[in-house]
Design a protein around this ligand. Structure first.
Ligand SMILES: *Cc1c(COP(=O)(O)O)cnc(C)c1O
Length: 421
């Protein structure tokens, strides 16, 4: 006698194949549990949990797939087939894509194997030879490396602009400007951009606006409410939140999405189901992690502001930050990542401070549950503007530890800094 489970498996599997191959999904607005009118915290919990992907398990199963079997030959070549081949998608990935699209508030999302790949894929999918690209001078440094070493070779003209340019962007927009790239706040220097002013001017010349929203996540900044057309982010950071996965996302509005799936597919992008699973698992607690990062980081930032070995704290939520008013107008909070400009000291003294911290790891990235510190050198990357800090710079990521312990740790670090200066 066949086991009752075997029968059930076949029924589930038939409906799975039927649903996935007969209901074209790629260019349809995402209908996600918790989308549209649901509040943000509800979307974080519910997004991407459609039962066709999860078979009603709370978390989507890990679908490891290269080959996907089709019910008939017509399905093999049909443009309506959703999951034709493993590289083109899987239910585990679709669950995260749908969750990201709902949370970002865009039309569709695609995943990339890293945040950087999300950025490079977006450029390669939107720019042609002879086009002009405007990039904020405060961009994540590998973004600049890609523009200078890859895009320029393919005949794309690249100009860097002052992150605080605002409406002044009009002066650097050209007839052939096709993409304006924003990142707010800037990597390492934390200037806040006037996104609305920049996207408005870009629209007037027919350029699309792409914004790297990694720092804020869709929780703290809503790019599509400020005229952005495509939002990219490193899921690696706050969304995954546990320092164990690299992943990126690209979310767009409907007007710019048409060419995306084909060009993205042509680039050979693939994301492992394990990584998509981990990112989704991290995402579910984003709503409770972010306010804690915000509060802990602000405590530490305020303590640093009063410290005599600190020249300046680069945190947009502090009233003395140069673009604090724009941050207050446009953002819904801050994450745990900010910069510190120290009073003049030799790099060896900065090393003495950072090398022996108990609660801060020394490592790149941010957004995990644990605190991190790195020395930074933003002055090295700028080309459109100069960045001349009063002293050495560091970047801190404030995790979910008790901020009192972090402050004591930093205080001991400052003593070492003084002794070594
Ligand atoms: C880390 C980061 C990226 C790149 O993300 P990866 O997932 O490490 O490739 C892109 N932009 C910003 C602002 C980042 O902080």
């Amino acid at each position: 006698m066949a086991s009752p489970l075997a029968g059930r498996f076949i029924i589930i599997r038939r409906s799975w194949v039927y649903n996935l191959s007969r209901e074209p999904n790629w260019n349809k607005k995402v209908v996600s549990m918790g989308s549209d009118d649901a509040k943000r915290d509800t979307q974080i919990v519910s997004g991407g949990r459609e039962s066709i992907h999860t078979i009603d398990v709370v978390n989507p199963p890990l679908y490891r797939a290269s080959t996907i079997l089709h019910p008939d030959t017509a399905s093999l070549g049909s443009p309506d087939t959703v999951f034709g081949y493993g590289r083109r998608g899987s239910p585990t990935r679709a669950a995260l894509e749908n969750a990201m699209a709902a949370l970002d508030g865009g039309f569709k999302s695609l995943l990339a194997p890293s945040g950087l790949a999300a950025i490079t894929t977006t450029f390669l999918s939107t720019l042609n030879a002879g086009d002009h690209l405007l990039v904020t001078d405060g961009c994540y440094s590998p973004t600049r490396t890609f523009c200078n070493n890859v895009l320029k070779r393919f005949g794309v003209e690249v100009t860097y602009y002052d992150p605080t340019i605002g409406d002044g962007i009009r002066a650097v927009l050209q007839e052939n400007t096709k993409v304006v790239f924003l990142e707010s706040p800037s990597s390492q220097t934390f200037e806040i951009q006037d996104t609305r002013a920049i996207t408005t001017a870009a629209k007037e010349v027919g350029a699309i606006s792409v914004l790297d929203n990694t720092w804020a996540t869709p929780l703290l900044f809503r790019p599509f409410d400020h005229g952005v057309d495509i939002c990219v982010q490193s899921i690696t950071k706050y969304i995954a939140g546990h320092s164990d996965v690299l992943l990126g996302s690209i979310t767009g509005i409907e007007d710019v999405w048409k060419a995306f799936p084909l060009r993205y597919g042509a680039l050979g992008m693939n994301v492992s189901p394990d990584d998509a699973y981990l990112a989704l698992r991290g995402l579910r607690t984003l709503g409770v992690r972010m306010p804690r990062h915000h509060a802990n980081a602000l405590r530490v930032a305020q303590w640093l502001t009063d410290h005599d070995q600190v020249a300046r704290v680069l945190h947009p939520a502090l009233p003395e930050h140069a673009q604090h008013d724009i941050w207050k107008r446009d953002f819904l909070g801050a994450c745990g990542t900010f910069g510190v400009v120290l009073q003049p000291a030799p790099q060896s003294a900065v090393a003495a401070m950072l090398d022996h911290l108990d609660h801060f790891g020394l490592g790149f990235s941010f957004g995990g549950f644990e605190s991190l510190a790195i020395p930074t050198h933003p002055e090295k990357y700028r080309t459109a503007t100069t960045w001349s800090p009063e002293g050495p710079c560091i970047r801190l990521h404030i995790g979910l530890e008790d901020p009192d312990d972090l402050i004591k740790d930093l205080d001991r670090g400052f003593k070492r800094l003084r002794d070594a200066s």
